[in-house]
Design a protein around this ligand. Structure first.
Ligand SMILES: [Cu+2]
Length: 151
């Protein structure tokens, strides 16, 4: 009598998710290089700038998707110096970009392009940054802008 023992092993694949728990406060800077990724994210997604000083944003869109950078509810405290946008870019005033009056459109970069823009915020606080290209904010394309009095 042959006895065949079959060991059935059930492998459980444990998926280790690397938690992005590091909530590091970014350095206060007047120079912000930002990438809008094809995966609908800002990299980095947290910025800190000094209040009342001109900040230069360099926004780069990865090859596949256009992005812009809007500061939410900054109102009269925020002003754009040189607004950055790509060549032949006529989307700035498109109706399909849901932007409130108090929001500040800083820059727009077509897919694969890099644009430079400047802005100043005169009111310390924490502001939400988002991309107003349809669907992107809904896809999680947001960042945090801390405007600090670093005196
Ligand atoms: Cu976007």
């Amino acid at each position: 009598m042959n006895r065949i023992t079959r060991a059935v092993s059930i492998g459980v694949a444990a998926l280790a998710l690397a938690a992005c728990g590091a909530d590091d406060t970014p350095d206060v800077t007047t120079s912000l290089p930002v990438t809008g990724t094809d995966g609908l994210a800002f990299e980095p997604d947290a910025f800190a700038v000094p209040v009342g000083e001109e900040v230069t944003v360099t926004l780069t869109s990865e090859p596949a998707v256009e992005h812009d950078l809007v500061i939410e509810e900054v109102g009269a405290a925020g002003a754009v110096g040189d607004e950055g946008h790509g060549d032949g870019d006529e989307h700035m005033m498109d109706d399909d970009h849901a932007m409130a009056e108090d929001d500040l459109h800083v820059a727009h970069a077509n897919a694969g392009e890099t644009v430079t823009a400047t802005f100043t915020v005169d009111e310390p606080g924490t502001y939400q940054v988002y991309c107003s290209v349809p669907g992107h904010r809904q896809g999680g394309m947001e960042a945090t802008l801390a405007v600090v009095d670093d005196a």
